[in-house]
Design a protein around this ligand. Structure first.
Ligand SMILES: [Zn+2]
Length: 88
């Protein structure tokens, strides 16, 4: 898994805002992100250890250790879900 920091997510956040991929919730910390460029579908997983966030995607960029916009899309949905839980 790749550690998510403010620094290494800047580019992916920008790309995510531009492409606005669709995200589907599967279960806790597991999402499906639909590619904006083609018909690819990626499973994105998250983990939290010692208050640090980690993410993993199935695409080539993530395999090479980069934060991709799929992870950001999933993370955004994950944070949104967490906030809904807190609101209950
Ligand atoms: Zn990806």
């Amino acid at each position: 898994m790749i550690k998510l920091t403010t620094e290494n997510t800047v580019k992916a956040v920008a790309k995510c805002k531009q492409l606005k991929p669709r995200v589907k919730f599967i279960k806790d910390r597991l999402f499906v992100v639909y590619s904006s460029n083609n018909s690819n579908v990626y499973h994105v997983r998250f983990d939290v250890q010692n208050d640090e966030k980690f993410g993993q995607c199935e695409c080539k960029a993530s395999e090479r250790g980069f934060i991709c916009y799929h992870i950001i899309a999933g993370a955004t949905a994950n944070i949104y879900r967490q906030s809904l839980k807190l609101a209950k």
